[in-house]
Design a protein around this ligand. Structure first.
Ligand code: FAQ
Length: 326
């Protein structure tokens, strides 16, 4: 999809601040930065970090839902879930391709995930213990993902911004299928309703944590906002999500598990109670309920797929002389 060939970078040396200022002027003028353009090393590193973490999240994010494909309650639900999980795989591949335009290889990024050096979204370290969790993931997790990703369609780096357009369209469909599962359950039997409420109880707080640490503790936000990689701060997006989601919970007739939640008439915002940031830190440190299981599953899949990679390379090598001759 994208070229991996980078032009020789301009050597700026002592003139670097001048180049930095010119670069920032392009950003301020809302120009898109493309793979072959000069960019400060810190901008490149920030993008590689964020895009690769995003790609890993999509790939690891296939696991909690994949757990329910064989147990979906009907053929219609199974087909929709299968398609959704395949979409997440596709998003991961787009994102690895976008990261590769910055001069890293997908192999290196995957290695960082498998050896535990790379982060992926905290949310995928929680278990999916009932069918209602599939509804809650679509409604809340995809809902949070869209809130975060729509602004990324306007990010300053062209390949990332363009990849996000299609991803967001698909996430929007995912969010609706999740909400529809929740609606069906919440209008079902008392047991189904209880299952939906239980899923909301377990996924609500981790969904709020997806937006990252509070602004005061976010290490990268200031820089990323200046470079227009991020268009909103973590807290601003979290607030948008809460404001959009509370009325949806009311349509479902489900209770948000936050006794402190209240509508502030002065600001016209829903104000949520305190988030347990210690839980977030533990999940990031590898101590969430499913961190070890998730990484073990990815490592197994990578090993089991080794023969496919070898076969594809062997096939490509065989094709090369034929292609040259043609
Ligand atoms: N989990 O300074 P900040 C999806 C890390 S896709 C883990 O605020 P930043 C689709 C952060 O990396 C979900 N780590 O960082 C789907 C940094 O660590 P580092 C993924 C987190 O980058 C749905 C440190 O904390 N979406 O759900 C988290 O400015 C359903 C300090 O944080 C994206 O990746 C977290 N929640 O802002 C799939 C979107 N939050 O690198 C399947 C793109 C923060 O210094 C099923 N990413 N950290 O070691 C972003 O927008 C940003 O990277 C943020 C973090 C907002 C996530």
């Amino acid at each position: 999809m994208y070229t991996q060939a980078l032009n020789e970078r301009e050597t700026v040396g002592p003139g670097e601040p001048v180049a930095d200022a010119a670069f920032q002027a392009r950003i301020d003028a809302e120009e898109r930065i493309e793979a072959n353009d000069w960019m400060p090393e810190a901008y490149r590193r920030t993008l590689i970090r964020q895009i690769s973490q995003h790609a890993h999240s999509e790939i690891v994010g296939m696991l909690p839902e994949g757990n329910w494909i064989t147990r979906a309650p009907s053929l219609r639900r199974k087909a929709a879930l299968l398609a959704k999980v395949q979409d997440e795989g596709g998003h991961g591949l787009y994102l690895y391709a976008a990261a590769e335009t910055l001069g890293v290889t997908r192999e290196a990024l995957v290695e960082q995930l498998l050896d535990g050096r790379a982060k992926y979204s905290s949310i995928f370290n929680y278990p999916t213990s009932s069918w209602a969790d599939i509804g809650a993931i679509g409604w809340l997790v995809d809902g949070a993902a869209i809130m975060n990703q729509i602004p990324l369609c306007h990010c300053s780096y062209g390949p990332y911004a363009r990849a996000m357009v299609r991803v967001c369209k698909e996430e929007s469909f995912h969010q609706r299928q999740g909400f529809e599962i929740m609606l069906t359950l919440s209008r079902g039997s008392p047991a189904q309703r209880a299952m939906a409420q239980d899923a909301l109880d377990r996924w609500w707080w981790p969904s709020l944590m997806m937006f990252g640490p509070p602004d005061g503790e976010s290490q990268h936000s200031d820089r990323s906002m200046q470079w227009k990689i991020k268009r909103f701060t973590n807290d601003a997006l979290r607030q948008k999500f809460v404001d959009a989601t509370v009325p949806q919970a009311r349509v479902l007739g489900l209770a948000i598990p936050d006794p402190a939640l209240r509508f502030d008439a002065a600001t016209q915002h829903w104000v949520h109670g305190p988030i347990d940031w210690e839980e977030f830190r533990q999940v990031l440190a590898g101590n969430g309920p499913c961190n070890r299981e998730r990484l073990a599953a990815r490592r197994r899949a990578h090993q089991a797929g080794a023969w496919v990679r070898e076969a594809a390379l062997a096939h490509a090598a065989k094709q090369q002389p034929a292609a040259r001759a043609a």
